[in-house]
Design a protein around this ligand. Structure first.
Ligand SMILES: C[S@@+](CC[C@H](N)C(=O)[O-])C[C@H]1O[C@@H](n2cnc3c(N)ncnc32)[C@H](O)[C@@H]1O
Length: 282
């Protein structure tokens, strides 16, 4: 079945995002507001918890990339880990890539402030956010969530961060020639699918961003690594079909439940979070 393209919108243009980050950098410098958290804090918590449960327990440094990292708050959630006691400290290297220079400037300033204020004391807000996001549903591997008990005691640890890079690159045209253990996308595929401007590729082809991006993502994920995406413009089924095409080497791994709504006899969710595993090299 042919894939339906989304109607073009200003959210699919770089000019729009440049304007957003110019404003957000000014506001951050004036009053310290970090700017919009796309899909809200609960999406950050859901993606972070998925990573905590699924990143293999290893002593080596885990390399994480966020594509279209904006203000960087998803990536910066890896500075610490919150979970049932005892929770293990991990080693991370974090990379955020966005095509707006303003996004990299904003993310760098937010990172500096967050690192200066980092503490192992769990704040009330963090505790509330953690508990309000406990999934009562079964996880996709068919197991009850381990921390689905009321009496579980949680703690926070500060992770070892080997480095944080904020880069200004266009993910549709830049050949990065690097791979990561975990690649994240929160709202970026949604945004670039709102552009109908074809992109000229090095092999002479000219395709829509929505068609190029899944291939680019696959190239960025190490074999046995993961791609975790949160989207509001596509259903879980649409995301699965777009990222498991032949040749991409990605296979559906799991999905994270979001609250569902019912309207007019139909039920669904407004946002989906889906994880893929890279099973063959690219
Ligand atoms: C909806 S925002 C999400 C930002 C961030 N991931 C978050 O969750 O707050 C989409 C981001 O994708 C970036 N973006 C869109 N197209 C891009 C491209 N081709 N290359 C790199 N970044 C892109 C935009 O600048 C913007 O920061």
């Amino acid at each position: 079945m042919a894939e339906e393209e989304l109607p073009p919108s200003k959210l699919g243009t770089k000019d729009h995002w440049d304007g957003v980050y110019d404003r957000e950098v000014r506001v951050f410098n004036d009053v310290g507001d970090e700017g919009e958290v796309w899909f809200g804090e609960s999406s950050v918590t859901k993606m972070r918890k998925w990573a905590q449960r699924n990143i293999p327990d290893t002593d080596r440094t885990v390399r994480i990339l966020e594509c279209g990292s904006g203000n960087g708050t998803l990536l910066l959630s890896f500075l610490s880990s919150i979970g049932p006691k005892p929770i293990k400290k991990q080693k991370f290297h974090l990379t955020g890539i966005d095509y707006c220079e303003g996004a990299s400037i904003l993310a760098e300033s937010i990172a500096k402030t967050r690192i200066e204020n980092l503490s192992e004391d769990l704040t009330e807000d963090e505790e509330d956010e953690y508990y309000s996001n406990r999934d009562r549903n079964e996880s996709d591997e068919g197991e009850e969530d381990e921390d689905d008990e009321d009496d579980v005691e949680i703690e926070k640890v500060i992770n070892d961060i080997e480095g944080i890079d904020w880069r200004t690159e266009d993910l549709l045209t830049k050949d990065l020639a690097e791979q990561w253990d975990l690649v994240l996308d929160k709202g970026t595929y949604d945004a670039l699918c709102l552009s109908q401007d074809t992109v000229q590729e090095q092999d002479g082809r000219s395709r829509l961003p929505s068609q190029i991006y899944p291939e680019r993502i696959s190239n960025l994920v190490k074999q046995n690594g993961f791609f975790l995406i949160t989207s509001c413009n596509f259903t879980e089924e649409e995301i699965k079909s777009r990222y498991t095409k032949e040749g991409l080497g990605l296979e559906f791994h799991s999905s994270v439940p979001h609250p569902s709504f019912s309207f007019g006899g139909k039920s669904g969710t407004t946002v989906c979070t889906v994880a893929f595993k890279k099973v063959s090299p690219s």
